[in-house]
Design a protein around this ligand. Sequence first.
Ligand SMILES: Nc1ncnc2c1ncn2[C@@H]1O[C@H](COP(=O)(O)OP(=O)(O)O)[C@@H](O)[C@H]1O
Ligand SMILES: [Mg+2]
Length: 349
Amino acid sequence: MAFELMLTCAIRNFLVLVCMNAIEIKQLTKKFGDFTAVDSISLEIKQGELFGLLGPNGAGKTTIISMLSTILKPTSGSALVWKKDIVKAKDAVRHSIGIVFQDPSLDDELTGFENLDFHGRMYGMAEQLRKERIAEVLKLVELEEKAKALVKTYSGGMKRRLEIARGLMHKPKVLFLDEPTIGLDPQTRRKLWEYIKNFNKKDGVTVILTTHYMDEADFLCDRIAIIDNGKIMALDTPEKLKQVIGGDVITMGVSKQEEFKKILEKNPCVKEIKVFDSMLNIAVENGSTCVPKLIALAQKNNIEVDSVMLKRPSLEDVFIHYTGRSIREQESDGKDKARIMMKIHGSGR
Ligand SMILES: Nc1ncnc2c1ncn2[C@@H]1O[C@H](COP(=O)(O)OP(=O)(O)O)[C@@H](O)[C@H]1O
Ligand SMILES: [Mg+2]
């Protein structure tokens, strides 16, 4: 009987663990004066999930992360991180999370090892444990050989890897990554993706990352919330989000856009049509049969066709579908460019 009870408890505990939400957000709102940066968002993130907040600059991603990591106080609404309230139990929340900020926050005058050691001390880790853990996290991001070098001699990619290692030092349950690969070259970005996937899938760390890169969200995330103007516009797996568009997407550059758009709207081939970036973005059931028909239609109406591109739907198309705008249009605002330049020139913060 006792054994049966033990077994029932073990199964129940296991189920609680399996089903537990790492994060529960209810109507979370942040206002700066009259401006609403985060507008009543509600969302649950499961334990072990690799979750993405995808949206353009100024969408409110960093503000969401800042509230969840207790750096900013919400104006209203609530959130639990690992079952602890972000306002009432700040210390408990801080112990269960790691964070890699959008802007660099390493000490350039210290070595990689010293940066990690300092972090371990802040979290009250004993010396032996710190040593062991530093070796583990340096191995994870392949920086063992640079451990004794000053951080100011690191490349941008190495610094980012060290920041991720630091975020993982105290074995957080949840790791926040704010724009983890901003301003890095494609090869370095891909390498970082590997590390992120690795500690998420192998060690079960729940990861919440923000990004304005569609390919990053698509490749990495189990689920994505598309954020615009502080609101969640859509939330699902990358595959399901793309299925909303269905079929193929034809991007056409033409003269007399508005006129051609009106003509196309009446065509049975066309499921949805949006104008962005001076191009027509046309969702169709079957691209290869539609393209010749659309070109013939343009010629018949004396409309010049400059370019035609046929592709499978991307998250960019999903963003356009929900917001009528492109993420790319807004990607390189002045602030972002300045930040990237700072990184290229190795300025600390
Ligand atoms: N401390 C602040 N004071 C006033 N406005 C802010 C502050 N922090 C962010 N904002 C504004 O809130 C909006 C969301 O910013 P942010 O969360 O940084 O967006 P994202 O990370 O998606 O680029 C932006 O319009 C930004 O200018
Ligand atoms: Mg941001």
